[in-house]
Design a protein around this ligand. Structure first.
Ligand code: C2E
Ligand code: MG
Ligand code: MG
Ligand code: MG
Length: 285
């Protein structure tokens, strides 16, 4: 198409497309090496019980440190998905995070949950209940304390096969969450058809919260629908106290966002947990 529209434009567009391709190829090679050399890390972001102010658990978020900065997951996760590296990355992340949080729970006398993102590509590449059971057995993580986060998009695929896959994962004892809820083409009937436990309201709704009454109404509607279906709800991307108070008034169960904490390394998390426990005890006293 660029070629048809003239020689000048062809020369104008071609290098940038080539650069994009090069960047992809380069990132894929770098990622492959980073995984092999064990250079990836998992960060953890706290999830809080809104009504009691207690610590509920953590979401695991993979980090790729590279030349004293981080390459964003929004950049490398798609590369991992397209190259198939997501299979290895995803299993490594589950192994790392269940092992980290099992150790943290033991060390601090906690019983915290762990929430981990699973890509729909992992389904296509063969990640399943057998793999999950193997990982849980290796790290000794309590299955009922694990939630796997999937996105709505996967539920649009071949119904029966996806249903069997999800039921298999549920049968390990792990829970299932819908991530970025409200951003996909959801018919909502899938919430009854599939064995879903939790929905995570996408941060875009929370961010519009203060200014747009429509967003508030939408969140309220999601909460009431979830309650009637017996699903728990996590509000994501909560940055301000005003949002927190709005959600509390709506009786939202769980929140996650910068207002409490950013994702952090296991070392930082351990300190954060100790401080949080202290503050919480003090505020009760
Ligand atoms: P997600 O699963 O929706 O994770 C939440 C994202 O929101 C994280 O971005 C988190 O850092 C960010 N966040 C948390 N609180 C706030 C807040 O208050 N405000 C704002 N603006 N953002 C907040 P992150 O870590 O950059 O990850 C981006 C996405 O990459 C994740 O979105 C997830 O879909 C994907 N991802 C990350 N790690 C993994 C992984 O190990 N496996 C898979 N399959 N996907 C992953
Ligand atoms: Mg997530
Ligand atoms: Mg996600
Ligand atoms: Mg999300």
């Amino acid at each position: 198409k660029a070629k048809e529209s003239g020689r000048n434009q062809y020369h104008y567009f071609a290098p940038s497309m080539q650069q994009q391709v090069n960047r992809r190829v380069e990132l894929e090679q770098l990622l492959r090496k980073a995984i092999a050399n064990n250079e990836l890390a998992v960060f953890y972001q706290p999830i809080i019980e809104l009504q009691t102010g207690q610590l509920y658990g953590f979401e695991a978020l993979t980090r790729w440190p590279h030349h004293d900065q981080f390459i964003a997951p929004d950049e490398f996760i798609p590369v991992a998905e397209e190259s198939g590296l997501i299979s290895e990355l995803g299993e490594w992340m589950l192994m790392r995070s269940t092992s980290d949080i099992a150790a943290l729970n033991t060390k601090l006398g906690l019983d915290c949950c762990l929430s981990a993102n699973i890509s729909s590509q992992q389904y296509r590449l063969g990640f399943n209940a057998t793999t999950l059971r193997h990982i849980l057995r290796q790290t000794g993580f309590k299955p009922a304390n694990l939630a796997l986060e999937i996105t709505e998009s996967i539920l649009l695929d071949d119904d029966q096969a996806i249903l069997a896959w999800l039921e298999g994962l549920r049968a390990t004892g792990a829970h299932l969450s819908i991530d970025d809820f409200g951003t996909g083409y959801s018919s909502l009937s899938y919430l009854r058809r599939f064995p879903i436990n939790t929905i995570k309201i996408d941060k875009s709704f929370i961010h519009e919260f203060a200014h747009a009454p429509d967003s508030q109404n939408l969140v309220r509607a999601i909460l009431s629908m979830a309650a009637s279906l017996g699903l728990s709800v996590i509000a994501e991307g909560v940055e301000h106290v005003a949002q927190l108070e709005g959600l509390k008034a709506m009786e939202c169960d769980l929140v996650q966002g910068y207002v409490y904490a950013k994702p952090m390394s296991l070392e930082e998390l351990e300190i954060w947990c100790s401080e949080f426990a202290q503050e919480h005890t003090q505020s009760l006293a």
